[in-house]
Design a binder for this molecule. Structure first.
Ligand SMILES: [Zn+2]
Length: 344
């Protein structure tokens, strides 16, 4: 039996993968503080602690308000490159060896940025990070529901030049209730034809119907969140049979009140039923978590031991938008880690 300190140390050392992380929500407070000061500072924010306090959310609207507030400090293309580089640096510090990052450059087009140049800058930052740290990263362009279905094909066109040179897939975040997946059926079918991998946020603020639509209409290979599958036993069976994985983000679900307590969170139930669940952090600084903390939470609240957490990391390998040969490398790294952890 491990004691708590040993378990936490092993979790810190564990090679990790993350599949659901939004780049624009993955900044460190140190990074954002530097950016604020680069552009003359902000009278409200005199220290990193003041900045951190500003991001303690009162409710979901406050979260959205803060999401856009921080965007005003991105003023040059280099800021996106630095964000990507710093994000990889922070992930590598946590022993994350592979990450798939969502990015949504359209949030910045009203400020005069060109989508292609933002994408280029982010890819540059990712490449620099991959060179300097022991981490690999692929990008997923989040088409963002709230910009509407009619213009989504244009967004796909804007991102297509970057397919297989940094970008591997498309995603669909934003207001799930107002913009159900079926509205985006055409763009997802077209994206698949072009060779994009697909994931759709569903079953977070809307129920099981939204997940069905993501799978049947948009042919999503993975579901972002998907936790409200618990509302439909037939869908649970379907996910298990088709091996469709869920990108679960427990702390995010608690902070946005999908579930009002950890006891009500269905992660363990879904895992025990045989659903391919993966562990992710969504928007780490904004939710006050990170992938390491998510794993510690699983150990503390649900009794997951190191071998169980390694199994969850293997789920992420299986669900990753990677070639089989790459997956084998990550599986053997995890096996090696488990052997060394068992010897402690
Ligand atoms: Zn998300």
């Amino acid at each position: 039996m491990y004691d708590k300190n040993t378990v936490n140390n092993q979790i810190i050392k564990m090679p990790k993968l993350e599949l659901h992380l939004h780049l624009e929500g993955a900044f460190s407070f140190e990074f954002l503080f530097t950016l604020i000061n680069k552009y003359g500072g902000n009278s409200e924010i005199k220290s990193i602690d003041e900045l951190r306090n500003k991001f303690i959310f009162k409710d979901f609207n406050h979260f959205i308000e803060m999401w856009y507030w921080k965007n005003q400090f991105f003023r040059e293309y280099i800021d996106f490159e630095e964000l990507a580089f710093n994000t990889l640096k922070n992930l590598a510090k946590q022993n994350v060896i592979y990450a798939e990052l969502f990015f949504s450059p359209w949030d910045f087009s009203s400020a005069g940025f060109e989508i292609g140049l933002i994408a280029e800058s982010i890819i540059k930052g990712v490449k620099r990070g991959e060179k300097q740290f022991p981490i690999r990263c692929n990008l997923i362009a989040d088409l963002v529901r709230n910009y509407g279905a009619n213009s989504s094909l244009k967004r796909l066109d804007e991102i297509t030049p970057f397919l297989n040179s940094g970008v591997v897939g498309i995603g669909l975040g934003g207001s799930e209730k107002e913009y159900p997946p079926n509205l985006f059926k055409e763009v997802f079918i077209e994206a698949k034809k072009r060779g994009f991998r697909t994931t759709v946020h569903a079953g977070e603020s809307a129920g099981a119907d939204s997940i069905w639509s993501a799978i049947l209409d948009c042919k999503a290979e993975r579901i972002g969140h998907g936790v409200r599958v618990v509302e439909d036993p037939m869908l649970i069976d379907y996910l298990i049979k088709r091996k469709i994985s869920l990108e679960v983000c427990i702390t995010s679900n608690l902070k946005t009140r999908v579930f009002d307590s950890i006891e009500k969170h269905p992660f363990k139930y879904l895992d025990e039923m045989g659903v391919m669940v993966t562990v992710n952090s969504d928007d780490p600084p904004m939710f006050g978590s990170n992938i390491t903390e998510e794993l510690i939470l699983l150990n503390k609240e649900f009794g997951y031991e190191i071998k169980d957490l390694v199994r969850l990391m293997k789920n992420s390998v299986k669900a990753a938008f990677l070639e089989a040969s790459d997956k084998n490398i990550y599986i053997s790294k995890l096996d090696k880690f488990l052997i060394s952890a068992s010897e402690v």
